[in-house]
Design a protein around this ligand. Structure first.
Ligand SMILES: Cc1cc2nc3c(=O)[nH]c(=O)nc-3n(C[C@H](O)[C@H](O)[C@H](O)COP(=O)(O)OP(=O)(O)OC[C@H]3O[C@@H](n4cnc5c(N)ncnc54)[C@H](O)[C@@H]3O)c2cc1C
Length: 491
């Protein structure tokens, strides 16, 4: 059946979902289409998860302008969306006298961008903040307004709050083609056609392909890989801030940072790749990450590493900046593209900017007085006191059944994830929302249980449960049958 909408957003990353939520403040029909089986499966799921303070990007760029505003907006959003942010601050550490000029340059650039409370601190204060730094560290730029966030919870919260305010999110709905009609675009998706008056292209790495469909072909996206090591929470090297080395012309360097869940994360390197789906980790890339981190804290090594992963930056090489504008060639088509770092930090500011462009294109928008800014997240059993846990279990005994022992995730939280406004349909979608499998054993113990709960909740066979997207079924026959066969075979 053909659907009609006033605005169609393509892409369910942090940018598309933040735009959807911002547009849901107005009386407007909005549909968001995402090609995968969940939101937050592209670049938004694999990055350093920093809410940068905003001293890096040049003052004359969109990145420079939007980063600081985005960072500011997150103070309100963390309360509204129930997504905790740790405002731990960032340090750029100098190791030689010649680095000091670069610190001064960053300080000045940050001040021009409007970053508050930036200062250069001396060695003594630096070691009070970070005692485990290598002894050759001499000073640092300190940016107390930098934060860390869980990008999965954030993106899901943007999307779910948009849905709570009337936006329709269609998953597994890849846009295959866009045809221009007289006063609308006919968007052909894997789930049927949609007539849209305005199309917003927030398709990340594939946004050039989408733009090409309507002849808005004036930019090209180059994928740039960044690789990471993630450490177990029980690591005996404490890091309190996000720590950068002094940046080079091409990179911010290898970052060392705690995550929102108190793991330690190191990375990313920078490697241009040809294939937009090439997320393979490489020996060379990971070695660069480890060597880079050891230049800042030499005690770091492979001990305690629980996972490696990589993400792909969607870069426009000609400008190295975001491109956010109504296409000059194609009426009713807005590009929100080239959103590499600091795209996560800037997302709420990008959304504000896009709403202004929509107003220019569409005419003044009427505010929806029923807009509800508050989204209720899923209880976080792992962070609760004994009393809070007891109260929760009293309400529903599913919160008393631990499924993931590493991360203390309960059956109740997993069921909440599946029954949410954008319910998890895959094992990874559950993991992104409530963390079973994100801990030390990486799902070794809990994954079969998560498969069981998904099958039961969705009314499907265990063999139909997928890890992520198409063709990613985990089992070829029910687990119990395999176990029984194993017993019989070994007799
Ligand atoms: C290594 C690395 C480190 C980073 N670190 C940081 C950081 O610390 N702080 C920060 O602020 N930023 C950081 N970033 C940048 C940040 O992650 C991105 O700017 C942000 O995630 C981009 O979001 P997006 O929504 O534009 O893209 P995506 O998350 O990629 O979303 C685009 C979506 O479009 C969908 N899509 C594509 N084609 C179609 C189609 N035809 N039909 C329907 N849907 C489609 C995709 O499936 C995808 O879900 C980093 C990026 C990388 C790679």
């Amino acid at each position: 059946m053909k659907q009609k909408t006033e605005v169609l957003i393509i892409g369910g990353g942090v940018v598309g979902t933040a735009i959807a939520r911002e547009l849901s403040k107005y009386r407007l029909d909005v549909i968001l289409v995402e090609k995968e089986a969940d939101v937050c499966t592209g670049t938004s799921k694999a990055n350093t998860a920093l809410l940068h303070a905003g001293f890096n990007a040049d003052v004359n760029t969109l990145k420079g302008k939007l980063n600081v505003r985005g960072n500011e907006l997150y103070h309100q959003l963390e309360k509204e969306l129930d997504v905790p942010i740790k405002w731990i601050g960032a340090l750029v550490v100098a190791k030689k006298e010649s680095d000091m000029d670069k610190l001064e340059e960053l300080l000045e650039n940050g001040q021009q961008n409007g970053v508050p409370d930036l200062e250069i601190i001396e060695r003594k204060e630096l070691f009070e903040l970070e005692p485990n730094l290598n002894p050759d560290s001499i000073a640092a730029l300190y940016a107390p307004t930098a934060g860390i966030v869980n990008p999965f919870e954030l993106t899901v919260a943007f999307a779910e709050n948009a849905v709570e305010n009337g936006v329709e999110v269609l998953l597994e709905s890849e846009v295959l083609d866009i045809e221009e009609q007289d006063d609308y675009k006919l968007v052909r998706t894997a789930q049927g056609d949609i007539e849209a008056e305005l199309v917003i292209n927030a398709a990340g790495l594939y946004s050039d392909k989408l733009a090409n469909m309507v002849g808005s072909d004036d930019f090209e996206i180059t994928p740039r890989k960044g690789e990471y090591y993630l450490y177990d929470k029980k690591l005996d090297i404490d890091v309190n801030h996000t720590i950068f080395p002094v940046p080079t012309e091409v990179s911010k360097g290898i970052v060392i940072t705690p995550t929102d869940e108190a793991n330690l994360l190191i990375g990313p390197n920078v490697e241009e790749v040809e294939d937009k789906s090439d997320l393979a980790n490489t020996r060379e890339g990971l070695d660069k990450v480890m060597r880079g981190a050891q230049e800042t804290i030499s005690d770091l090594g492979m001990n305690g590493v629980i996972k490696e992963f990589s993400g792909l930056r969607a870069a426009i090489k000609e400008t190295e900046d975001f491109l956010i504008e109504a296409s000059e060639k194609v009426r009713g088509f807005i590009n929100v593209v080239g959103i590499q770092s600091p795209g996560l930090a800037s997302a709420p500011a990008i959304a504000e900017m896009v709403v202004e462009i929509v107003k220019d294109e569409y005419g003044q928008l009427e505010l929806d007085t029923d807009f509800n800014s508050d989204h209720q997240g899923i209880p976080r059993f792992r962070h609760m006191s004994h009393q809070e846990r007891a109260k929760l279990v009293e309400q529903n005994e599913d919160y008393g059944e631990i499924i993931c022992r590493c991360e203390s995730v309960t059956k109740g939280e997993i069921i909440d994830a599946i029954r949410g406004p954008i319910g998890a349909r895959t094992v990874n979608a559950v993991k992104r929302r409530v963390r079973p499998g994100a801990g030390r054993c990486q799902g070794g113990f809990c994954e079969p249980k998560v498969v069981d709960i998904l099958a039961e909740e969705l009314g499907i066979e265990q063999t139909e449960v997928k890890l992520e997207g198409k063709d990613s079924q985990l089992l070829i026959e029910p687990a119990k049958e395999s176990l029984q066969k194993g017993v019989i075979d070994s007799e």
